[in-house]
Structure formats: C-alpha cells, structure tokens
Write a protein that binds this ligand. Structure first.
Ligand SMILES: Cc1cc2nc3c(=O)[nH]c(=O)nc-3n(C[C@H](O)[C@H](O)[C@H](O)COP(=O)(O)OP(=O)(O)OC[C@H]3O[C@@H](n4cnc5c(N)ncnc54)[C@H](O)[C@@H]3O)c2cc1C
Length: 493
C-alpha cells in the first residue's frame, strides 16, 4: 500500500510530522478539532489586537534538529529575548532560579537558620527511596525550603497533595539541583567577561528564542508551508473514531465524514480519548488503564491595562497561599509585538483547575474580577488601571503523573504493538510532560520511521530531561546523537 498518513492534531507534534513527511513526498492529512487556531497548547490567541500564549512558551532545545526546524520555519522572525522570572512569597519577590544568598537574606536570619538545620537533617536522615514529590524535594532541599518554595505552587498546579504526585515529575524537572550546589554557584560562579558573554547568553537561564508574535506564529507559518508542499489540513474536524481494517486505517470526524486508505495514523490527541475512539477496541485491561489517566486543566485571565512599568519579568510564580493565581505572565516582556499599543500592558493570570470544577465553570466576568483583585493584592497593578479582560480555558494542559500513570501508559503501549501503523506522539498523545521540543522530537522520529519504512527508532525513548529547563546549551546535541541514544538495544543489532 502507498504511504498515506493521517495526523490527529495541528499542535507542534502533528505539524512537525506533517511538514517533514510532506518534504519527503509522503501524503499527509491533518485533522484539527479547533475551528480557528493551530498550535494546540502552543497557540497564540488574539483579543482586540493583544496576543497571548497559553502560558508563556520559551523556544529552547538541546536538539540541533529542533532548533534548525524553528529557524527554517520562521527565520529572523525568531527573536532572542532576555529571560527574567521571579517568585512571590510572603509579600516578597525572590529571583528565580533561586539565588541562595538573596533567598536566605529575604527569609530573615531565624527562618534561614531553620532552613539550614532542616537541610542538614534531610542530608543525615533522608527518606529512603522517595516515591512522591514531598519526600523527593525534602531530601534534596530540606523540609522547610520545600514548604516555602515548592509545596504551595506545586499543589496549585496539580490540585492534589504533593504526597500523591509521583517523584518522577520532580526528578525530571529539578534533577541535579540541591541547596549545596546553589550556594556553591552563588559563591564561586565565575564572572563573565565580554568574550564569554555570547556563550553564556545562549543558556536557558539568560535568554530564549521567541517568535515575534508568539508561539502560534511558528505553527501558523508551518501550516502554510506544509499546505504549499501538498498537506491537507482539515480544521474544525475532531476525530471521533479510528478503525483498523485489513492493515488500513480509516478516520471518522465529528462532521460525520469518513476518510479512508491510511497506512499510518499519528495521534497527538489525549491518550485517554484516542484509545476510547480506537477500533477494534484494545484488550480490557489496556482500555481500562487508558481511561484512568488524569489531566489538569488551566485558565488564563488576560488583563489589559495602562503600562505603569510595574514589572518587566516574563513571568512570576506565585507561592502565596492567600491568592488563587499560580503564575503571572507579562506578555509584552516576551515580545513587544504582543501588544498593539506601547503604552499598554497585557498580563496573563494563570489559574490551575479541573475541567468542570468551580473555577472552570465560573463566569468570565467573575474570573476577571478575581484576577483584578488578586493582581492588586500582590501589588503589580491597580484595579483602576485595568481597562479590559479576557478569559481562555485550556482543557488537558497537563498530563498528571499520579502513582498509577506509568503502569497505565505501559499497558496501553504494549497493547498498541498489535495496531500496526498507529503512533502516539507529543505531550498528551504519549501522556508525557513534554515541552514543544520533546513533542516535536517524537514526531520527527515517527516521521523518520515512516519515511524509511522501518522501525528505526523507538519514540517512547524520547523523554524529559531536567537540565533542559534551567541549564545546558541550545542545539548542543546533534540529532544523530539523540537518535543513537534513542535506538533501543533490541533494535541496534
Ligand atoms: C502552561 C504551559 C506552559 C508551557 N510552556 C512551554 C514553554 O515555555 N516551552 C515549550 O517548549 N513548551 C511549553 N509548554 C508545552 C507545550 O505547550 C506542549 O509541549 C506542546 O504544545 C505539545 O504539543 P503537541 O502537539 O504534543 O500537543 P498539543 O499542543 O496539545 O496539540 C494537540 C492538538 O490536537 C488537537 N486535538 C486533540 N484531540 C483531537 C481530536 N480528537 N481530533 C482532532 N484534533 C484533536 C488539539 O486541538 C490540539 O490542537 C507549556 C505548556 C503549558 C500547559
């Protein structure tokens, strides 16, 4: 059969696959349930000329192939932006990543002393084999610092106690950090001279790349280029069923239309939904496992106000239990092109919730009122200066890493070996806490397998890597090296 690929979802993973397949002359059809936007969680929405992300989206990858992809799509419309972020706790702002001495000074001498004692206690009496976030982070930093700088924000994000969140998440995100290394860096971090500056600025801590008008611009341009290469993109087309009959796939959408004759399906739709739409049904155990996967949902309340230069950070984490907001974005700091009028500012107050809960079902006017009240309480803007507001809801923003997720995903993965040509890709597709680059890498490797007509790479080996977020150099790993790391042992010979 000739290769013909159905791609579910026009997010970073789906569009990366579409573009690369089209470049290799493989026929691809993209199905996107949104009627208007491409880019998925990495889209940019627009309201009265103000552009904003679903959370701020930094473009940074250690993969050269991913960095080159972004450059190929947007060229010099990718800006190099300085990074600045802080944490808010107990009416004070702290640098983020934490600067050890500033943190200890702002916490005060008594609290600092207690933090150091609790750190020493954790080093002498660590929890053996920590399985949850609370124990893992407390082992690393001590219980007191954990309570101040991790517990509140993390529980706001996930909506469950830290004890119920798998240590996998912390191990992926903050591996390699500890209080001792933070203090060591604060004391001994070498000063950079001008010659070193270029090198240093390329690390994620100092800067990142960002499309002129937000991440959506990347994916809108990618769609245009893919269509020019022959890709069909069906918007407003939610895939409701996929059927495997005689080694061929057919796709049904919400419009009632059926599309037939696909050799492969690449799905970036949430795993729980995709498996419920797959026929023949998966064996009962795998099917039930997929239905137990959980997600965390997300609301951004956008506030438009006169720019009073209150802050220039890209974002601020809110570790304060007294307000519901979890993080505040300052979109003009991401790119000046995000606002249509330079005298105005546009802030995004992020609320983490579950689809259907009280926050999710609140009226937009009430959410805007809450956001106005909270931003004034934190001291970043006066309610009187806010002229407009807008609300965006993002279901399934985060795949939840609870204690059973790994086993559930494993059962699904094993069952799918009997569904030739079906690849799960991307973040919710694979139920992995991926950034864009890892989501794209899974798509790149799936596309390579299809183009080669051979299982060259096991895409399940693409994983999060803690150092991605707060260290390392952009594009430092050549693709072949990543790929080599990803070829599972059993396929090497
Ligand atoms: C708050 C927040 C901040 C983030 N910050 C960053 C960052 O700074 N840098 C970074 O690189 N990444 C960041 N990410 C992660 C990034 O958003 C994701 O990694 C990326 O968007 C995942 O791409 P994807 O294509 O796998 O999935 P998605 O972006 O989820 O796209 C999936 C697409 O599939 C569509 N779809 C779903 N079901 C169906 C169906 N049945 N039929 C048809 N279409 C369907 C959806 O509408 C969507 O368009 C952040 C995420 C969040 C939530």
């Amino acid at each position: 059969m000739q290769k013909k690929v159905a791609i579910i979802g026009a997010g970073p993973a789906g569009l990366t696959a579409a573009y690369l397949l089209a470049k290799a002359n493989v026929t691809a059809v993209v199905f996107e349930k949104d009627a208007q936007y491409v880019g998925g969680i990495s889209r940019t929405e627009t309201y009265k000329g103000f552009n904003f992300d679903i959370g701020g989206h930094r473009f940074f990858s250690k993969s050269k192939e991913v960095e080159d992809f972004w450059t190929e799509i947007l060229g010099d419309e990718m800006l190099e932006r300085p990074r600045s972020s802080r944490m808010y706790y107990n009416k004070k702002f702290f640098a983020y990543p934490l600067a050890a001495f500033e943190a200890l000074r702002k916490l005060g001498i008594i609290e600092s002393g207690l933090c150091v004692l609790s750190y020493l206690h954790a080093k002498i009496f660590p929890v053996k084999n920590p399985t949850n976030i609370e124990d893992w982070v407390s082992n690393q930093f001590g219980k007191r610092l954990y309570r101040i700088f991790f517990k509140t924000y993390t529980e706001k994000v996930w909506g469950i106690p830290c004890k119920e969140i798998s240590a996998d998440w912390a191990a992926q995100r903050i591996k390699g950090l500890s209080l001792s290394s933070a203090i060591w860096n604060a004391v001994f971090k070498p000063r950079t001279n001008n010659a070193d500056k270029n090198k240093v600025i390329k690390t994620l801590i100092d800067s990142f790349r960002y499309p002129k008008r937000g991440p959506g611009m990347m994916w809108e341009r990618c769609v245009e280029k893919s269509i020019a290469l022959g890709v069909s993109v069906e918007m407003n087309a939610a895939v409701t069923e996929i059927h495997l009959i005689n080694n061929e796939w057919s796709i049904k959408t919400n419009t009632g239309k059926t599309f037939e004759g696909f050799s492969h399906v690449l799905s970036s739709a949430p795993m729980r939904e995709l498996i419920a739409s797959t026929y023949p049904k998966l064996p009962e155990a795998a099917f039930n496992a997929s239905q137990q996967l959980n997600y965390r949902d997300f609301i951004t309340v956008v506030l438009i106000c006169k720019d009073e230069d209150a802050f220039t950070d890209n974002w601020i984490y809110i570790h304060e239990p007294g307000v519901k907001v979890g993080r505040i974005q300052n979109f003009k700091s991401w790119s000046p092109y995000m606002v249509p009028d330079p005298t105005m500012a546009c802030y995004g107050l992020e609320y983490f919730c579950f689809e259907g809960d009280g926050m999710w079902t609140s009226k937009n006017e009430d959410l805007i009122e809450l956001a106005k009240k909270e931003i004034e309480q934190i001291g970043l803007a006066k309610q009187a200066s806010i002229v407009d507001g807008y609300v965006v809801r993002q279901p399934k923003a985060y795949p939840v890493y609870d204690h059973s997720y790994k086993q559930n995903v494993e059962l699904v993965k094993q069952a799918l070996s009997n569904y030739p040509g079906l690849y799960l890709i991307g973040r919710n597709g694979m139920h992995k806490y991926n950034n864009q680059d890892h989501s794209m890498m899974t798509a790149m490797l799936a596309a390579k397998n299809i183009i080669a007509g051979n299982q060259l790479y096991d895409i399940w080996n693409v994983n999060e890597d803690a150092e991605y977020h707060e260290g390392g150099n952009r594009g430092e790993v050549i693709t072949e090296k990543i790929a080599e790391r990803l070829v599972p042992e059993r396929l090497k010979n």
